[in-house]
Write a protein that binds this ligand. Structure first.
Ligand code: NAD
Length: 339
């Protein structure tokens, strides 16, 4: 029997998770939720997804827009084995009671505190820890990127210390009301919260992060400096370690991918999984090794990098695959990642 999945919150992350779940052979999408009619609600209907009314949404508003609804979120969760909560930051915590009352498992996103769940999750790093769990948190986009990289580096060479500066996109493309549209805004929490968040996946990892927000909507970029425990045999070996790991895409220097605009243009040309870039993105010429000192850039498509992680989290919770690498392979094949 496929696992029945509901998606509560059909925004940037939720709509992508719904599409990804609908493509898996061992899962079935029972429905998605919206608080009010919108172009996204219309698209959900066009895709044949059952639409349930979330939050303080009103059936009359959907009826007036000609958008069919199938009930309330409370009714949706009754039909599910697991709910992927993709509501805005901090709303997930408020939904916990709803899920507990319905005796349904739940996955939360990185906008919630780690305490909302039994385990914080990244498929490459700690898949096994989510096996059989009732509440799992898929970490944020930045923490996902850092954790994937940490999974590679800790396994191969060990990490003595890691400093990362996160150059953050100001808003997602559709968030026209957010800024800044000019200026570079330092995050005055020093170090930033991202390091401790990575430690929810890698306890004890000596990582410190800082962040600035810049006027772009395409991607985040991480500037990493890692002191490894042992020196890799070569810079090429580091590049190869990332390239041969699922969920990384390493551009070659001759591809002339000068920055995030070309990365996202590549994603649109490739046009898989909705023209998203679910891999962590490195540049061959953006990796530099000096003994044990490793410098590398990584770009993160904030709208989509966590999407396959949600799918793997479901597979882990319901023990649908023997290990993380198997689940990743199933998910990535269904989504076209790595092609
Ligand atoms: P979003 O605002 O794009 O979407 C949230 C959706 O939830 C909206 O459609 C909204 O109408 C709906 N909603 C509002 N109240 C609700 C309620 N009470 N119940 C159910 N749905 C409700 O937000 P998002 O960017 O998709 O973020 C969702 C979560 O994913 C957050 O925890 C966020 O931190 C995390 N996340 C976001 C990004 C990103 O870059 N956008 C990346 C990784 C993780």
């Amino acid at each position: 029997m496929p696992v029945r999945v509901a998606v509560n919150g059909y925004g940037t992350i939720g709509k992508r998770v719904a599409d990804a779940v609908a493509r898996q052979h061992d899962m079935v999408l029972v429905g998605v939720s919206k608080t009010r009619p919108s172009y996204e609600a219309d698209r959900a209907m066009a895709k044949g997804y059952k639409l349930f009314i979330a939050g303080d949404g009103k059936k009359a508003d959907f009826d007036a827009a000609g958008i069919a609804t199938a009930g309330t979120v409370a009714e949706m969760v009754q039909q599910a084995d697991v709910v992927v909560d993709a509501a805005p930051d901090k709303i997930g915590k408020e939904n916990v009671q709803l899920y507990e009352r319905a005796n349904v498992r739940a996955i939360f996103q990185g906008g919630e505190k780690a305490t909302v769940a039994e385990v914080s999750f990244n498929a490459l790093a700690n898949y096994a820890q989510a096996k059989g769990k009732r509440r799992v948190r898929v970490v944020s986009c930045n923490t996902t990127g850092l954790s994937r990289a940490a999974a590679v580096l800790t396994a191969k060479w060990g990490v003595e210390s890691w400093e990362a500066t996160i150059v953050r996109r100001a808003a997602d493309p559709a968030e026209s009301g957010k800024g800044p549209i000019n200026g570079i805004m330092p995050t005055f929490t020093l170090p930033s919260h991202h390091g401790p968040d990575v430690q929810t996946i890698f306890p004890g990892l000596a990582i410190a992060t800082t962040a600035v927000v810049v006027p772009t909507t395409l991607m985040h970029v991480h500037v990493n400096h890692v002191r490894l425990n042992s020196a890799p045999e070569s810079q090429a070996a580091v590049v190869e370690a990332f390239r041969s790991t699922p969920r990384f895409h390493v551009f070659r220097s001759w591809e002339h991918v000068d920055g995030t605009p070309q990365v996202m243009e590549y994603a649109r040309d490739r046009a898989l999984a909705g023209a998203d870039m679910m891999e962590g993105v490195l540049w061959e010429n953006g990796v530099r090794l000096d003994g044990r000192e490793l410098y590398f850039f990584q770009a993160i498509h904030q709208e989509s990098i966590v999407v396959p992680e949600n799918v793997d989290a479901i597979r882990a919770m319901f023990d649908l695959a023997p290990d993380g690498r198997t689940s990743i392979a199933i998910t990535d094949r269904a989504l076209g990642i790595g092609r």
